[in-house]
Design a protein around this ligand. Structure first.
Ligand SMILES: Cc1ncc(COP(=O)(O)O)c(C=O)c1O
Length: 496
């Protein structure tokens, strides 16, 4: 173990011996964390400022030993964490960690290369192009999204970033026809279930706020869009001189896991010259199983598709796959070519050379392909399908348990591994009281530290979301959580 305190540590900060020793200490620390995380409260019962009060006002002047630092992580930081890798974490959507994801991340971060252009690291660029093609094939995407089929993909850090890039590409494609002043006429369409990133992205690329249409959905379509409702909105806009620009279809919405009809929306988008984006941030992982691939039937009509391996695909944060049918549409919106980045040889600037700086917002970027490649190599398609199916089965079990207990209702069909439920009203008109009861139920479950869930509101109703998908979640955790929900339902006043 390196000694701390000496002011010169920073001058030999990549000394291989120290690197090996200190990294081993961190890995041992994390292995202990994964071994014990099941016994920690999933969400800490902390008070705001509890960590801040323990930290000095300024950084140390002299470096400290890694074991002292790790001890402080153990005593100060871990107790105030919400433990996303707990097998009883069912909030938001899962953010998977795995041994292979960690190994890939270590390789990426250890090599610490920056593949913003092919010449800046040829192997990283080629690995990225290969790995996004692999993922596209696993998910059954049409060939037009693969490099081998004339399209291509890139690894971003998040769906939010990917969406901004596709909106910029769609905007520039439209403005090349309309002229720049046309931006005030461009309209973006999403559903009331689409992720808020579309609204934010539309603002960032300059679409007037009043030109963002939020199209209502309802229980009758399982909270998916209907092409009739989108068509009505589009036709009304066209009649008033506006220009439909971009339509978002979601496969697996955040609140309820709803699915929009990709083919119907694709046909409509084609008729009106709109860019269609398919957001499969969470449920994209399920699309590797043939039984889920009907959800992207019609994807050949889309312009872009995205999904997050960092959610439910055993790939540590961060990693989002974005595929486009026309790389040129993306790069013409995003490319820059300052002298200090221009390619100096003919081969490096040749046709077909991918410079990923032109496929994203930032210039510098990590070697994410390494991480996804290690995950795919280590677990394989069959392993990943088994992984996804295991969670789907657990979610089905939980849904059936809810249905068998007359006090609960399942709010939207459980299509993947997200279960949405609530205690049902006992009388006509007691909706407010039932909302309050469900709120108390969620608070009680989370306060127990024995599970963590989040909520959503649909049709004015407070709904509890249980997103199964943790790397360490087993059926027994789901069964224990069901017992917990029943116990807390009794405590908050739901009649037995
Ligand atoms: C359907 C959907 N789209 C987009 C996002 C945003 O993803 P990111 O956090 O990678 O930007 C989420 C996040 O949960 C999501 O569920």
């Amino acid at each position: 173990m390196a000694t701390g305190g000496a002011p010169f540590d920073a001058l030999s900060s990549l000394d291989p011996e120290t690197f090996a020793g200190e990294s081993r200490a961190v890995i041992n620390f994390l292995a202990d964390y994964y071994r014990d995380v099941d016994t920690y409260p999933v969400q800490p019962q902390d008070l705001p400022g509890c960590l801040r009060a323990l930290l000095p006002d300024a950084p140390p002047e002299n470096g400290e030993p890694i074991d002292v630092i790790l001890e402080e992580v153990r005593t100060h930081i871990v107790p105030a964490l919400t433990n996303w890798q707990s097998p009883k974490f069912f909030g938001y959507f899962p953010m998977n960690a795995s041994t292979a994801g960690f190994a890939g991340e270590m390789l990426s971060t250890g090599l610490n290369i920056v593949p913003f252009m092919r010449v800046a690291s040829p192997a990283a660029t080629e690995l990225e192009s290969a790995v996004v093609d692999w993922m596209g094939k696993l998910m059954g995407l049409p060939d037009r999204f693969l490099f081998s089929g004339g399209g291509g993909g890139v690894l971003h850090g998040s769906t939010c970033e990917a969406v901004v890039c596709t909106l910029a590409a769609a905007r520039d494609r439209a403005l090349s026809r309309l002229g720049h002043e046309g931006i005030l006429r461009l309209v973006v369409y999403a559903s009331d279930q689409s992720h808020c990133t579309f609204q934010k992205g539309a603002r960032i690329v300059g679409i007037p706020r009043s030109n963002f249409r939020v199209i209502p959905t309802s229980a009758s379509s399982g909270y998916g869009l209907t092409s009739d409702s989108v068509r009505d909105a589009v036709e009304a806009d066209v009649a008033s001189g506006l220009v439909p620009l971009y339509l978002c279809a979601t496969v697996g919405t955040t609140g309820l896991g709803a699915v929009d009809p990709v083919r119907d929306l694709g046909e409509l988008a084609r008729r009106h010259g709109m860019w269609l984006h398919v957001d499969a941030a969470y449920a994209g992982s399920a699309l590797i199983c043939p039984e889920f691939q009907h959800h992207i039937d019609g994807a050949e009509l889309a312009d872009s598709v995205s999904m997050n391996p960092h959610k439910w695909f055993l790939t540590n944060m961060d990693c989002c796959c974005l595929w486009v049918a026309s790389p040129a549409a993306l790069t013409s919106a995003l490319s820059t070519n300052p002298e200090y980045l221009s390619n100096v040889t003919e081969e490096s600037a040749g046709a077909g050379v991918v410079d990923y700086k032109d496929w994203q917002i930032a210039l510098s970027r990590p070697f994410r392909a390494m991480k996804l490649w290690v995950v795919l190599r280590r677990y394989g398609g069959a392993g990943m399908r088994a992984y996804v199916r295991r969670h789907v089965e657990m979610a089905k079990w939980f849904e059936q348990a809810l249905e068998a207990d007359g006090r609960f209702e399942v709010v939207a069909p459980t299509r993947f591994s997200l279960v949405t439920f609530r205690l049902r009203p006992r009388h006509e008109g007691d909706d407010d009281a039932v909302d309050a009861l469900n709120r108390r139920l969620l608070v009680a479950v989370n306060a127990s530290g024995r599970a963590f869930m989040t909520h959503f509101v649909v049709d004015g109703k407070f709904v509890i979301r249980m997103a199964v998908g943790g790397a360490m979640t087993e059926m027994r955790h789901v069964q224990d959580t069901w017992e917990l929900v029943r116990e807390k339902a009794r405590e908050v006043g739901a009649l037995p």
